[in-house]
Design a protein around this ligand. Structure first.
Ligand code: COA
Length: 272
């Protein structure tokens, strides 16, 4: 998988996708949106990847939309509309509904359009030292594209408007307090901590992981009745997909006294 703007590596059932324009602080230019759209389509079916981790090369996670190549040079052209739609699609719908767990590993700068990238991922871990900012207000814009919706989904109202209206920066520890990321770690430990969690998740049943994501995400937008009906239908779906493994092996092995699901994952004891 060779891309102009991305580097993709596989290890331990984890695909690490690195935004690779460090000299431009990994700003998302039109080529990066094309590359990411294609890469996500490939990773969807790639058996080497049970979990996807996204990070950035150099000092930046992602500098947001490319202010030069996207906003300045293509504004008013059909390409602006095409790339704008693509940018919203992969960070919004594709990531949100991606069949495998996704993790943002925020190693440095994270501005503007990068917020909807982080929000589209299931989990996010940041360096304590990372710098976040809704910088749009600083260049006379507002959090456009999918960013305002990302804020509405994840931010507390006061935080969304405070940071949206001031453009002030915040670090990884503050992002954790706000609930924008799951946790932050010193930069030197970020990769090790993130990969430990990614490996733990990669060892779980892939159908159960997908159902966990889908049941949560779709329930957010459903009525209570529809959500319950969906959950029952999903249960039948996963039973079919796994050929009954959650009942026969998951619950079956518990009943045989082979493991305790409250304390460990299925298969963990057998592997020891
Ligand atoms: N779009 C396009 N180019 C960008 C960019 C962006 N979002 N962010 C950084 N770059 C480019 C700079 O123009 C510069 O290019 P050059 O070397 O050809 O002049 C290069 O990346 C390095 O940027 P620089 O500002 O010198 O690095 P820095 O480490 O001092 O600061 C930032 C990094 C990210 C704080 C700063 O570049 C910045 O404020 N960028 C804009 C961030 C933003 O508002 N993003 C939201 C977009 S929705």
């Amino acid at each position: 998988m060779n891309y102009e703007t991305l580097k993709i590596e596989f290890k331990d059932s984890i695909a690490t996708v690195t935004l690779n324009r460090p000299a431009k602080r990994n700003a998302m230019n039109p080529q990066m949106h094309r590359d990411m759209t294609h890469a996500l389509e490939e990773l969807r079916y790639d058996e080497r990847a049970a979990v996807i981790v996204f990070t950035g090369a150099g000092t930046s996670f992602c500098g947001g939309m490319d202010l030069k190549e996207f906003f300045f040079e293509s504004k008013g052209t059909p390409e602006y509309d095409r790339i704008g739609r693509m940018a919203v699609e992969w960070r919004g719908r594709t990531l949100r509904q991606f069949p495998k767990p996704t993790i943002a590993m925020i190693n440095g700068f994270c501005f503007g359009g990068a917020f909807s990238f982080v929000e589209g991922c299931d989990l996010a871990f940041a360096a304590d030292e990372a710098t976040f900012g809704l910088s749009e207000i600083n260049f006379k814009l507002f959090p456009g594209g999918g960013v305002s919706k990302a804020l509405a989904n994840l931010f507390r109202p006061r935080d969304a408007l405070f940071y949206g209206m001031t453009g002030r920066k915040f670090d990884g520890k503050t992002a954790t307090t706000m609930g924008f990321v799951n946790a932050s770690f010193p930069l030197a430990q970020l990769e090790m901590e993130t990969m430990t969690i990614a490996k733990e998740i990669a060892a779980k049943d892939p159908h159960a992981l997908r159902a966990t994501k889908e049941a949560y995400r779709f329930s957010l937008e459903m009525s209570w009745d529809a959500a319950i009906s969906y959950a029952f239908a999903k249960e039948n779906d996963i039973t079919l997909q796994q050929k009954g493994a959650w009942i026969d092996e998951g619950i079956g092995d518990f009943l045989k006294g082979e493991f305790k699901p409250g304390l460990e994952s299925h298969g963990a004891k057998k592997k020891k």
